[in-house]
Design a protein. Structure first.
Length: 202
């Protein structure tokens, strides 16, 4: 598994770049915006990578930050969303804008992506909203635990933080249960029905 690639930028094409690492050229697919931010030919670059292996294809996808990589991974977890659609979304909005659109259920942001219609946008929101909220709460819970472990709080603040942590933990479990129920209902409703929109299934 490749976490990142660091080397010399040798080539920029329409959909991918080539990065030389010790005489070996890596073909890395990126969004158009990602390639623009990467730098110029001949410069040293670093891209965070997603390594995908399929029966008929092995591909590397590159990103300028871990946040972009995580956004890409989240999109691939949605039923029917392929790598090309995920990269196209990265070219339109930043990870923070994407998270805001999901949490606020802003369909207009998602439908601005080529190939994503209203139904597709609703599916993305449905499958990712609770997951993103849970991740945010887990990060907050980890922050609280670190504060308690480091002993930077007085007794009263420690009690307050502990109670906040317990509340977040319970909300995370509840959200996970709700997400599973929603997805199960959605799949049952669509079972045997022809989809109105064709998602990319690469």
């Amino acid at each position: 598994m490749l976490a990142y690639i660091k080397g010399t930028l040798e080539m920029k094409m329409t959909e991918y770049v080539v990065i030389d690492v010790g005489g070996l050229g890596y073909k890395v697919f990126m969004s158009s915006i990602g390639m623009e931010k990467l730098g110029n030919i001949g410069e040293k670059v670093k891209v965070y990578t997603y390594y995908r292996v399929r029966e008929d294809d092995i591909s590397i996808y590159g990103f300028n930050s871990n946040e972009e990589l995580r956004m890409f991974e989240l999109l691939l977890s949605v039923s029917g969303v392929g790598a090309k659609t995920a990269l196209a979304m990265l070219a339109v909005c930043t990870p923070s804008e994407f998270v805001l659109a999901i949490v606020s259920e802003d369909i207009n942001v998602l439908t601005s992506i080529p190939g994503i219609g209203p139904k597709s946008a609703k599916r993305i929101i449905l499958e990712l909203k609770d997951k993103i909220k849970k991740e945010q709460q887990i990060q907050e819970l980890e922050k609280i635990i670190n504060e308690l472990e480091n002993g930077n709080l007085n007794l009263d603040d420690s009690v307050i933080k502990f109670e906040e942590g317990m509340k977040i933990s319970k909300e995370c479990n509840k959200m996970l249960e709700n997400a599973e129920k929603k997805i199960t209902i959605l799949l049952n409703d669509e079972n045997g029905e022809k989809k109105e929109e064709n998602f990319e299934t690469e």
